[in-house]
Ligand binder design. Sequence first.
Ligand code: SIN
Length: 478
Amino acid sequence: MSSYITDKAYINGVWCPTATTFEVTNPFSGEVIGKAANCDEALTKTAIEAASKAFVAWKGLTARERAVIFSKWTDLILSEKQALGELITLENGKPLAQSIGEIAYAASFVEWCLEEGRRTYGITVPSPHPSKRMMTIKQPIGVVSMITPWNFPAAMATRKACAALAAGCTVVLKPSEEAPFSALALARLGQQAGIPPGVFNVIPTSRANVAQVGTVLCTHPLVAAVSFTGSTDTGKIILKHAASTVKKVALELGGLAPLLVFDSCDLQKAVQGVMASKFRYSGQTCVCSNRILVQSGIHDKFVAALKDAMEKELVLGDGMKPTTTIGPLINEAGLRKVSDQVKDAIDNGATLVTGGQAVGRNMFEPTLITSVKTSMKCFNEETFGPLAPIYKFDTEEEALSIANNTDTGLASYLFSGDVSQCWRIAEKLETGIVGINEGLFSVPEAPFGGFKESGLGREGSTCALDEFMEIKYMCWGI
Ligand code: SIN
C-alpha cells in the first residue's frame, strides 16, 4: 500500500493512538487502504491546548526563521511527489498524473506562504494631529481550526495551513474522513523539516465523530479562527458555531459555475476550456463548470467538437493506470447525485449526446446533454461529477441573467473573441474568479474565493495571510 498510511493522529509532535479507528476505502476498488485514527472531543481539546501553548514560541520566531523550516518542508514534499501522489490516488481515486500534479500544487502553497510571511507589512498613517504619530502592525491571530476536503487532500491542507503557519499562527487540522492520510503525510514531512511540536496538529475523525469534533473546533475558547472548505450548508453551520465566541471565519464553499460560450469564440479554446474546467478530477472541484451556456450561432458546432474531445480524451478507469484520465467519484452518494441529475434532465426533455450511464463502482461515464432547461436539477444543484449540460442561448443579456441567477458565486468562465465583450461580461459576472478564454486558473499567486454564499475571505495570493492576522493600530503621543 503506502508507507504514509497510519492509524495515529499527530498531536503536539507525537503520533498518538486513538481508542478506535475507522476504515478508509479506495473509491475505485472498494478495498480498505488502511485504518485511520478516530479522534474525539477529548483529543480535539488536547490538540487545541497543545496548539495554544506552542503559539507563544512560534509567533516569537521571525518570519525568516519560519521560512527556513518551510523551505525544507517544500523540498521534502517535492522529493516525495510520487509516493504522495499515489497516496492521493488510493484515497480519492484521482488519476495519478493529476495526483502528482496536486502535490506540486500543494508544495507551491508552502513556498508561496514562506515568501509572503516576510511581507506582512503594516502602514504608517499620516496623522491629523501634530502631537501624535500613527502606524499599524499585523500580528498572528492565534490557534486556527481547519477542516479540509477530500477532493484536494494535500493542496487544500497546505493552502490553508501554510498561510496560517507563515503568519505565526498554530493549527489544528481535521482532514476529511474520506481522505485523511495525505494531511498526516504532510505532517510527517513537516515534523522532519523541523516544525516544532504543537504547531501543526492533524486530527482525523470518523463520520460518526464529525459533529462533536467539528463543534469543539468551532467553539473552543482557545481557537481564534476557523477555516473551512466544503459545502455551503456545512459552512453555514460553522459560521453559526463560530459566532458564539466571535471567531474569525474563512469559508471556501460551493459554487454552480456558469461557463459562457459566445459565437465569436475560438472553438477549440472553448472546447478545451470545458474539458479542463468540467472534467478535472471527474468534475469534483468547487470551481468545475456546472452550467454551460452556448450561443445559438455556434451551438451545434460546439456540441459536436466537445463530444469528439470527450470521446477521444476521457478514459475512465483506475486512477493508478497511466492511461486513465478520469477516475471514480468519491462515493456512492456522489454517484447517485450525478445519476439523479442525468435522469431528471432526460425525463424533462434533455437530449443525451454521449455517456449517461453508471458503470461499475462509483464510476459514471463522462456525459454530455443538450436542450437543457434552467429549471433542471443540473442547473440548480452543484453536480460534482462528469456531467456537461448545455443550454442554448441567443443574447448576451439572457446568458448573463442566467449566469448570475444563483445564491452562490465562486467561479465563472467565458469564451469570446470580442475583447469588449470579455471585459463587459467579466465585470458583470457575480463570482470571485472569472476564467476568460481559460479553463484553469488556480495558482498560489492569485486569490481564490467566492461572492455571495460561496464563502468568506480569500485563499492564496497576497491576501492569504491576512485571514489569520489581526491589524493593530498604534497611536504614539510625542
Ligand atoms: C476546490 O475545489 O476546493 C479547489 C480547487 C482548486 O484549487 O482549483
